[in-house]
Design a binder for this molecule. Structure first.
Ligand SMILES: Nc1ncnc2c1ncn2[C@@H]1O[C@H](COP(=O)(O)OP(=O)(O)OP(=O)(O)O)[C@@H](O)[C@H]1O
Ligand SMILES: [Mg+2]
Length: 367
Protein backbone atom coordinates (compact mmCIF):
# COMPACT_ATOMS: atom_id res chain seq x y z
CA UNK A 1 0.00 0.00 0.00
CA UNK A 2 1.34 3.39 -0.94
CA UNK A 3 -0.28 6.77 -0.50
CA UNK A 4 -1.46 8.41 -3.68
CA UNK A 5 1.19 11.09 -3.41
CA UNK A 6 3.89 8.51 -2.84
CA UNK A 7 2.99 7.16 -6.25
CA UNK A 8 4.12 10.44 -7.83
CA UNK A 9 7.48 10.29 -6.11
CA UNK A 10 8.02 6.68 -7.15
CA UNK A 11 6.86 6.84 -10.75
CA UNK A 12 6.93 10.29 -12.28
CA UNK A 13 9.85 11.86 -14.07
CA UNK A 14 8.75 15.44 -13.57
CA UNK A 15 6.81 17.07 -10.75
CA UNK A 16 5.74 20.72 -11.06
CA UNK A 17 4.71 22.42 -7.83
CA UNK A 18 2.44 25.35 -8.47
CA UNK A 19 0.33 27.62 -6.35
CA UNK A 20 0.01 31.21 -5.33
CA UNK A 21 2.63 33.28 -3.46
CA UNK A 22 3.89 32.13 -0.09
CA UNK A 23 1.88 28.92 0.25
CA UNK A 24 4.89 26.62 0.42
CA UNK A 25 5.78 25.72 -3.18
CA UNK A 26 9.53 25.88 -2.62
CA UNK A 27 9.28 23.92 0.62
CA UNK A 28 7.07 21.26 -0.96
CA UNK A 29 9.27 20.90 -4.04
CA UNK A 30 12.34 20.36 -1.85
CA UNK A 31 10.49 17.89 0.41
CA UNK A 32 9.32 15.87 -2.60
CA UNK A 33 12.82 15.69 -4.09
CA UNK A 34 14.25 14.67 -0.73
CA UNK A 35 11.70 11.88 -0.39
CA UNK A 36 12.40 10.65 -3.92
CA UNK A 37 16.13 10.52 -3.16
CA UNK A 38 15.44 8.61 0.03
CA UNK A 39 13.52 6.08 -2.03
CA UNK A 40 16.50 5.47 -4.22
CA UNK A 41 15.84 7.78 -7.12
CA UNK A 42 18.25 10.28 -8.62
CA UNK A 43 16.38 13.46 -7.77
CA UNK A 44 16.92 17.11 -8.55
CA UNK A 45 14.98 20.09 -7.29
CA UNK A 46 14.89 23.36 -9.22
CA UNK A 47 14.12 26.12 -6.74
CA UNK A 48 13.13 29.69 -7.42
CA UNK A 49 14.14 32.31 -4.93
CA UNK A 50 14.29 30.04 -1.86
CA UNK A 51 14.51 31.61 1.59
CA UNK A 52 18.18 32.11 2.40
CA UNK A 53 18.34 29.55 5.18
CA UNK A 54 16.70 26.86 3.07
CA UNK A 55 19.09 27.70 0.24
CA UNK A 56 21.99 27.25 2.65
CA UNK A 57 20.59 23.93 3.83
CA UNK A 58 20.46 22.77 0.21
CA UNK A 59 24.01 23.95 -0.36
CA UNK A 60 22.89 26.75 -2.68
CA UNK A 61 24.90 29.92 -2.22
CA UNK A 62 24.17 31.56 -5.52
CA UNK A 63 21.99 31.46 -8.58
CA UNK A 64 23.17 28.79 -10.90
CA UNK A 65 22.29 27.00 -14.07
CA UNK A 66 23.84 23.70 -13.09
CA UNK A 67 22.64 21.45 -10.27
CA UNK A 68 24.87 20.78 -7.29
CA UNK A 69 24.84 17.50 -5.47
CA UNK A 70 23.87 17.50 -1.80
CA UNK A 71 26.14 15.18 0.15
CA UNK A 72 24.27 11.99 1.05
CA UNK A 73 25.75 12.22 4.55
CA UNK A 74 23.39 15.15 5.12
CA UNK A 75 20.15 13.47 4.10
CA UNK A 76 20.92 9.74 4.35
CA UNK A 77 23.29 9.34 7.29
CA UNK A 78 22.54 5.62 7.64
CA UNK A 79 23.28 4.84 3.99
CA UNK A 80 19.85 3.40 3.36
CA UNK A 81 19.37 4.87 -0.07
CA UNK A 82 21.07 4.35 -3.38
CA UNK A 83 19.53 7.56 -4.65
CA UNK A 84 21.01 11.01 -4.99
CA UNK A 85 19.81 14.53 -4.32
CA UNK A 86 20.80 17.62 -6.25
CA UNK A 87 19.49 21.17 -6.21
CA UNK A 88 19.78 24.35 -8.15
CA UNK A 89 18.54 27.86 -7.73
CA UNK A 90 17.20 28.96 -11.10
CA UNK A 91 19.11 31.73 -12.81
CA UNK A 92 16.73 32.81 -15.60
CA UNK A 93 19.32 35.05 -17.23
CA UNK A 94 22.02 32.37 -17.43
CA UNK A 95 19.47 29.85 -18.65
CA UNK A 96 18.39 32.27 -21.38
CA UNK A 97 22.04 32.82 -22.31
CA UNK A 98 22.49 29.07 -22.52
CA UNK A 99 19.53 28.81 -24.86
CA UNK A 100 20.93 31.55 -27.09
CA UNK A 101 24.33 29.85 -27.19
CA UNK A 102 22.74 26.50 -28.00
CA UNK A 103 20.80 27.80 -30.98
CA UNK A 104 23.19 30.38 -32.38
CA UNK A 105 24.85 29.32 -35.62
CA UNK A 106 28.26 30.15 -34.20
CA UNK A 107 30.02 31.93 -31.34
CA UNK A 108 29.97 35.17 -33.24
CA UNK A 109 26.17 35.19 -33.47
CA UNK A 110 25.82 34.13 -29.83
CA UNK A 111 28.12 36.91 -28.70
CA UNK A 112 26.33 39.49 -30.80
CA UNK A 113 23.11 38.68 -28.93
CA UNK A 114 24.63 38.19 -25.50
CA UNK A 115 26.51 41.50 -25.71
CA UNK A 116 23.51 43.40 -27.02
CA UNK A 117 22.41 46.00 -24.48
CA UNK A 118 18.74 45.47 -25.20
CA UNK A 119 19.10 41.71 -24.66
CA UNK A 120 21.04 42.29 -21.45
CA UNK A 121 18.20 44.43 -20.14
CA UNK A 122 15.31 42.26 -21.19
CA UNK A 123 16.64 38.76 -20.67
CA UNK A 124 15.98 38.96 -16.94
CA UNK A 125 12.92 41.15 -17.07
CA UNK A 126 10.83 40.17 -20.08
CA UNK A 127 7.35 39.15 -18.95
CA UNK A 128 7.21 35.41 -18.49
CA UNK A 129 10.97 34.92 -18.86
CA UNK A 130 11.34 33.42 -15.43
CA UNK A 131 8.44 31.07 -16.04
CA UNK A 132 9.73 30.02 -19.41
CA UNK A 133 13.28 29.55 -18.17
CA UNK A 134 12.03 27.37 -15.31
CA UNK A 135 10.40 25.10 -17.88
CA UNK A 136 13.41 25.32 -20.16
CA UNK A 137 15.72 24.25 -17.34
CA UNK A 138 13.30 21.50 -16.44
CA UNK A 139 13.41 20.20 -20.00
CA UNK A 140 17.20 20.29 -20.07
CA UNK A 141 17.59 18.48 -16.75
CA UNK A 142 14.96 15.93 -17.70
CA UNK A 143 16.58 15.07 -21.02
CA UNK A 144 20.27 15.60 -20.32
CA UNK A 145 20.75 15.78 -16.56
CA UNK A 146 20.81 12.07 -15.77
CA UNK A 147 18.03 12.36 -13.18
CA UNK A 148 15.12 9.99 -12.57
CA UNK A 149 12.95 12.77 -11.26
CA UNK A 150 13.13 16.55 -11.56
CA UNK A 151 10.95 18.55 -9.18
CA UNK A 152 10.33 22.17 -10.11
CA UNK A 153 9.23 25.04 -8.02
CA UNK A 154 7.35 27.85 -9.79
CA UNK A 155 7.55 31.61 -9.34
CA UNK A 156 4.96 33.42 -7.22
CA UNK A 157 3.39 35.35 -10.09
CA UNK A 158 -0.20 36.47 -9.96
CA UNK A 159 -0.78 34.95 -13.40
CA UNK A 160 0.88 31.92 -12.08
CA UNK A 161 0.22 29.44 -14.82
CA UNK A 162 2.09 31.62 -17.28
CA UNK A 163 4.79 29.01 -17.38
CA UNK A 164 2.46 26.57 -19.07
CA UNK A 165 1.97 28.78 -22.09
CA UNK A 166 5.30 30.61 -21.84
CA UNK A 167 6.75 28.53 -24.72
CA UNK A 168 3.73 29.52 -26.76
CA UNK A 169 4.25 33.17 -25.93
CA UNK A 170 7.85 33.00 -27.02
CA UNK A 171 6.63 31.64 -30.33
CA UNK A 172 4.07 34.41 -30.61
CA UNK A 173 6.90 36.88 -30.32
CA UNK A 174 8.37 35.40 -33.49
CA UNK A 175 5.00 35.71 -35.20
CA UNK A 176 4.66 39.32 -34.18
CA UNK A 177 4.59 41.64 -37.19
CA UNK A 178 6.90 44.22 -35.67
CA UNK A 179 9.36 41.49 -34.78
CA UNK A 180 9.29 40.12 -38.32
CA UNK A 181 9.90 43.53 -39.81
CA UNK A 182 12.73 44.22 -37.41
CA UNK A 183 14.38 40.97 -38.44
CA UNK A 184 14.53 42.06 -42.06
CA UNK A 185 17.55 43.79 -43.52
CA UNK A 186 17.28 47.57 -43.08
CA UNK A 187 16.24 48.72 -46.52
CA UNK A 188 13.63 46.02 -47.01
CA UNK A 189 12.23 46.60 -43.55
CA UNK A 190 11.89 50.31 -44.11
CA UNK A 191 10.01 49.68 -47.36
CA UNK A 192 7.64 47.20 -45.73
CA UNK A 193 7.42 48.97 -42.44
CA UNK A 194 5.45 51.78 -43.88
CA UNK A 195 4.98 55.23 -42.54
CA UNK A 196 3.45 54.16 -39.23
CA UNK A 197 6.37 52.05 -38.11
CA UNK A 198 8.93 54.57 -39.31
CA UNK A 199 7.16 57.24 -37.33
CA UNK A 200 7.07 54.94 -34.32
CA UNK A 201 10.78 54.24 -34.57
CA UNK A 202 11.52 57.95 -34.92
CA UNK A 203 9.39 58.72 -31.89
CA UNK A 204 11.04 55.95 -29.93
CA UNK A 205 14.43 57.36 -30.90
CA UNK A 206 13.45 60.76 -29.59
CA UNK A 207 12.13 59.37 -26.33
CA UNK A 208 14.63 56.67 -25.46
CA UNK A 209 17.50 57.71 -27.68
CA UNK A 210 18.68 56.55 -31.04
CA UNK A 211 21.14 54.16 -29.42
CA UNK A 212 18.43 52.20 -27.68
CA UNK A 213 16.41 51.80 -30.86
CA UNK A 214 19.55 50.68 -32.68
CA UNK A 215 20.14 48.14 -29.91
CA UNK A 216 16.63 46.82 -30.27
CA UNK A 217 16.87 46.50 -34.03
CA UNK A 218 20.30 44.90 -33.76
CA UNK A 219 18.93 42.48 -31.19
CA UNK A 220 16.11 41.26 -33.38
CA UNK A 221 18.38 41.05 -36.37
CA UNK A 222 20.93 39.04 -34.41
CA UNK A 223 18.31 36.36 -33.95
CA UNK A 224 18.24 35.65 -37.65
CA UNK A 225 18.21 31.94 -38.38
CA UNK A 226 17.65 30.95 -34.76
CA UNK A 227 13.91 31.05 -34.99
CA UNK A 228 13.48 27.42 -36.08
CA UNK A 229 15.61 26.14 -33.22
CA UNK A 230 13.67 28.17 -30.70
CA UNK A 231 10.40 27.01 -32.15
CA UNK A 232 11.36 23.38 -31.98
CA UNK A 233 12.63 23.74 -28.46
CA UNK A 234 9.48 25.50 -27.28
CA UNK A 235 7.40 22.70 -28.79
CA UNK A 236 9.45 20.09 -26.89
CA UNK A 237 9.11 22.01 -23.66
CA UNK A 238 5.38 22.21 -24.16
CA UNK A 239 5.15 18.50 -24.92
CA UNK A 240 7.02 17.69 -21.72
CA UNK A 241 4.57 19.78 -19.71
CA UNK A 242 1.68 17.78 -21.14
CA UNK A 243 3.45 14.40 -20.90
CA UNK A 244 1.83 11.73 -18.69
CA UNK A 245 5.18 11.38 -16.92
CA UNK A 246 4.75 14.92 -15.68
CA UNK A 247 2.71 15.54 -12.54
CA UNK A 248 1.19 18.80 -11.34
CA UNK A 249 1.03 19.32 -7.63
CA UNK A 250 -1.16 22.19 -6.54
CA UNK A 251 -0.08 23.71 -3.25
CA UNK A 252 -2.33 25.90 -1.14
CA UNK A 253 -2.96 26.91 2.43
CA UNK A 254 -6.45 26.68 3.92
CA UNK A 255 -6.87 30.47 3.94
CA UNK A 256 -9.71 31.90 1.92
CA UNK A 257 -7.57 34.05 -0.40
CA UNK A 258 -5.12 31.20 -1.07
CA UNK A 259 -7.99 28.82 -1.77
CA UNK A 260 -9.51 31.32 -4.21
CA UNK A 261 -6.20 31.36 -6.07
CA UNK A 262 -5.87 27.57 -5.92
CA UNK A 263 -9.36 27.30 -7.32
CA UNK A 264 -8.33 29.57 -10.19
CA UNK A 265 -5.21 27.45 -10.83
CA UNK A 266 -7.18 24.24 -10.80
CA UNK A 267 -9.61 25.70 -13.31
CA UNK A 268 -6.82 26.94 -15.58
CA UNK A 269 -5.09 23.57 -15.51
CA UNK A 270 -8.31 21.84 -16.42
CA UNK A 271 -8.81 24.36 -19.27
CA UNK A 272 -5.32 23.57 -20.51
CA UNK A 273 -6.20 19.85 -20.40
CA UNK A 274 -3.68 19.28 -17.64
CA UNK A 275 -4.57 17.25 -14.57
CA UNK A 276 -3.99 18.25 -11.00
CA UNK A 277 -2.31 15.08 -9.78
CA UNK A 278 -2.18 16.00 -6.12
CA UNK A 279 -3.43 18.73 -3.86
CA UNK A 280 -1.30 19.74 -0.92
CA UNK A 281 -2.84 21.82 1.79
CA UNK A 282 -0.04 23.33 3.79
CA UNK A 283 0.04 25.06 7.17
CA UNK A 284 -3.17 23.51 8.42
CA UNK A 285 -4.29 24.09 12.01
CA UNK A 286 -5.10 20.72 13.54
CA UNK A 287 -8.39 19.81 15.10
CA UNK A 288 -8.01 18.72 18.72
CA UNK A 289 -11.37 17.24 19.51
CA UNK A 290 -14.42 15.52 18.06
CA UNK A 291 -16.68 17.15 20.60
CA UNK A 292 -19.38 19.30 18.97
CA UNK A 293 -19.05 23.10 19.36
CA UNK A 294 -22.33 23.35 21.31
CA UNK A 295 -21.08 20.75 23.77
CA UNK A 296 -17.77 22.60 24.17
CA UNK A 297 -19.68 25.81 24.91
CA UNK A 298 -21.77 23.98 27.50
CA UNK A 299 -18.62 22.74 29.19
CA UNK A 300 -16.99 26.17 29.23
CA UNK A 301 -17.92 27.01 32.80
CA UNK A 302 -16.10 27.41 36.08
CA UNK A 303 -12.31 26.99 36.26
CA UNK A 304 -12.23 25.08 32.96
CA UNK A 305 -13.74 27.99 31.05
CA UNK A 306 -10.51 29.59 29.68
CA UNK A 307 -9.22 26.24 28.42
CA UNK A 308 -12.53 25.46 26.72
CA UNK A 309 -12.71 28.95 25.19
CA UNK A 310 -9.27 28.39 23.67
CA UNK A 311 -10.34 24.99 22.39
CA UNK A 312 -13.51 26.52 20.90
CA UNK A 313 -11.40 29.16 19.08
CA UNK A 314 -8.97 26.56 17.76
CA UNK A 315 -11.81 24.33 16.63
CA UNK A 316 -13.51 27.16 14.81
CA UNK A 317 -10.26 27.83 12.90
CA UNK A 318 -9.96 24.13 12.02
CA UNK A 319 -13.61 23.96 10.93
CA UNK A 320 -13.27 27.06 8.76
CA UNK A 321 -10.15 25.62 7.17
CA UNK A 322 -11.82 22.31 6.42
CA UNK A 323 -14.64 24.16 4.65
CA UNK A 324 -12.06 26.04 2.54
CA UNK A 325 -10.27 22.82 1.59
CA UNK A 326 -13.56 21.27 0.56
CA UNK A 327 -14.00 24.16 -1.90
CA UNK A 328 -10.79 23.36 -3.82
CA UNK A 329 -11.49 19.65 -3.75
CA UNK A 330 -14.83 20.33 -5.39
CA UNK A 331 -12.95 21.85 -8.30
CA UNK A 332 -10.76 18.75 -8.70
CA UNK A 333 -12.88 15.90 -7.39
CA UNK A 334 -11.07 12.68 -6.63
CA UNK A 335 -7.63 14.32 -6.54
CA UNK A 336 -5.36 12.78 -3.91
CA UNK A 337 -4.83 15.24 -1.10
CA UNK A 338 -2.30 15.56 1.68
CA UNK A 339 -2.37 18.03 4.52
CA UNK A 340 0.67 19.41 6.26
CA UNK A 341 0.25 21.07 9.64
CA UNK A 342 1.56 24.48 10.50
CA UNK A 343 4.91 23.68 12.06
CA UNK A 344 6.24 25.57 15.04
CA UNK A 345 9.04 27.13 13.02
CA UNK A 346 10.07 27.87 9.44
CA UNK A 347 11.25 25.01 7.28
CA UNK A 348 14.88 25.80 6.69
CA UNK A 349 16.87 22.60 7.03
CA UNK A 350 16.86 19.04 5.78
CA UNK A 351 15.45 17.74 9.07
CA UNK A 352 12.36 19.94 8.89
CA UNK A 353 11.97 19.15 5.18
CA UNK A 354 11.93 15.50 6.21
CA UNK A 355 9.27 16.37 8.74
CA UNK A 356 7.13 17.93 5.99
CA UNK A 357 7.73 14.74 3.99
CA UNK A 358 6.38 12.57 6.80
CA UNK A 359 3.06 14.38 6.48
CA UNK A 360 3.06 14.41 2.70
CA UNK A 361 3.76 10.74 2.38
CA UNK A 362 1.53 9.44 5.10
CA UNK A 363 -1.60 10.46 3.24
CA UNK A 364 -4.65 8.37 2.38
CA UNK A 365 -3.71 4.94 1.11
CA UNK A 366 -4.60 3.45 -2.24
CA UNK A 367 -3.87 -0.03 -3.58
N1 LIG B 1 4.06 23.65 7.16
C1 LIG B 1 4.76 24.73 7.46
N2 LIG B 1 4.88 25.16 8.74
C2 LIG B 1 5.58 26.25 9.05
N3 LIG B 1 6.21 27.02 8.18
C3 LIG B 1 6.13 26.67 6.87
C4 LIG B 1 5.41 25.52 6.44
N4 LIG B 1 5.53 25.43 5.09
C5 LIG B 1 6.28 26.47 4.70
N5 LIG B 1 6.65 27.21 5.76
C6 LIG B 1 7.43 28.47 5.74
O1 LIG B 1 6.63 29.43 5.06
C7 LIG B 1 7.45 30.28 4.27
C8 LIG B 1 6.97 30.24 2.82
O2 LIG B 1 7.21 28.94 2.29
P1 LIG B 1 7.80 28.77 0.82
O3 LIG B 1 8.97 29.66 0.62
O4 LIG B 1 7.99 27.32 0.57
O5 LIG B 1 6.55 29.30 -0.02
P2 LIG B 1 6.47 29.65 -1.57
O6 LIG B 1 5.13 29.25 -2.03
O7 LIG B 1 7.64 29.05 -2.27
O8 LIG B 1 6.63 31.23 -1.53
P3 LIG B 1 6.89 32.21 -2.78
O9 LIG B 1 5.60 32.21 -3.55
O10 LIG B 1 7.21 33.51 -2.14
O11 LIG B 1 8.01 31.61 -3.57
C9 LIG B 1 8.87 29.79 4.48
O12 LIG B 1 9.49 30.59 5.44
C10 LIG B 1 8.71 28.37 4.97
O13 LIG B 1 9.79 27.96 5.77
MG1 LIG C 1 9.06 29.94 -3.45
Amino acid sequence: MVSAIEGLVDDRAVVICCGTGGVGKTTTAAAIALEAARRGRRACVVTIDPARRLANALGLDALSDTPSEISAALWDPHHRSTGSLAALMLDPKRTFDGLVTRYAADDEQANRILQNRFYRNISGALGGTQEYMAMEKLHELHTEGGFDIVVVDTPPTRHALDFVDAPQRLLRLFDNRLFRIMMMPTRASMRVAGVALQTLLRTMSRVVGREVVDDVIAFFRAFEGMEAGFRERAAHVQALIADPETAFVLVTTPRRDAVDEADYFARRLVELSLDVDALIVNRVHPSFTDVAPAELTARAIGPAEPAYRLLIDLESVATREQAEVARVLERVPGTPMATVPLLASDVHDLASLGHIGEHLFAGPSVD
